[in-house]
Design a protein around this ligand. Structure first.
Ligand code: DGL
Length: 265
């Protein structure tokens, strides 16, 4: 495996750019190839079978582009598709659930952790299983918060609508001292979520933890690129590149430049 190959990253759409942002922050010298499946988004309301099929198709595509490691930046896809992806492909594959769960288990003092995500992620129980595998005594309270996704895309992240949605969704989270933001879009709503949860509750951003895991695995596999020039950024989408570039700006926190439309499969 060549260290000069790119890190492949995929998500159902633009949300995974919050994960890519963290990867670029920690590993700026790595080339990255991102695919947003904007023609088939959302994944959060689809069945595990469908999300797994889409994930396999996208991984096949990214592997043909020459990648040294794959990041499944979508929580829903990470929750259901990792075993199938790892069975088919031998390159290192990192999902967002394990790193977020590990951080939550290490952070909680009250042994009560909240997890929020899409319907698909919460229904899979993937975060709960991962947290309990590390510390069975931790109580996990899970809640789907589907409205947070369109709110983040609309840019309504810290207004009265976002705060009203957050206080309604999070009313069951009493007693948790750690809350996992188990969806790519939720880091944009950190302000509204924190204002409802209060300052004593630690918010875990799975994207940040995943970026740390990417560096750890690249180091372990001898695949870190080192001090080469700043990495090349490539973006593919399956529909509407213009919207991806304009809305994606807020998710990535910097200008995307250009996204190429491709057909998958
Ligand atoms: N990217 C998805 C996730 O993190 C959220 C958007 C969707 O439902 O596709 O679960």
């Amino acid at each position: 495996m060549s260290i000069n190959k790119a890190i492949g990253v995929f998500d159902s759409g633009i949300g995974g750019l919050t994960v890519l942002k963290e990867i670029i922050k920690l590993s700026p010298h790595e080339d990255t190839i991102y695919l947003g499946d904007t023609a088939r988004v959302p994944y959060g309301t689809k069945s595990a079978e469908t999300v797994t099929r889409y994930s396999l198709e996208i991984t096949d595509f990214l592997v043909t582009k020459g990648i040294k490691l794959l990041v499944v930046a979508c929580n829903t896809a990470s929750a259901v598709a990792l075993p199938a992806l790892r069975e088919k492909h031998s390159l290192p594959i990192i999902g967002v659930i394990e790193p977020g769960a590990r951080k939550a288990a290490a952070t909680t003092q009250t042994k009560k952790v909240g997890v929020i995500g899409t319907e698909g992620t919460i229904k899979s129980g993937a975060y709960e299983k991962a947290i309990k595998a590390l510390a069975p005594e931790i109580e996990v309270i899970s809640k789907p918060c589907p409205l947070f996704v369109p709110l983040a895309e609309e840019g309504w992240t810290d207004n009265e609508v976002a705060r009203a949605a957050a206080s309604r969704y999070l009313e069951d989270m009493k007693g948790v001292d750690t809350l996992v933001l188990g969806c790519t879009h939720y880091p944009l709503l950190k302000g509204a979520i924190a204002s409802v949860m209060g300052r004593n509750v630690r918010l875990i951003d799975s994207g940040e933890e995943t970026a740390l895991e990417v560096r750890r695995v690249l180091g372990k596999e001898g695949l870190l690129r080192g001090l080469s020039p700043t990495g090349k950024r490539t973006f593919y989408v399956t529909d509407n590149p213009e919207r991806f570039v304009s809305v994606g700006l807020r998710f990535l926190g910097s200008v995307l430049g250009h996204a190429e439309r491709v057909e998958i499969p």
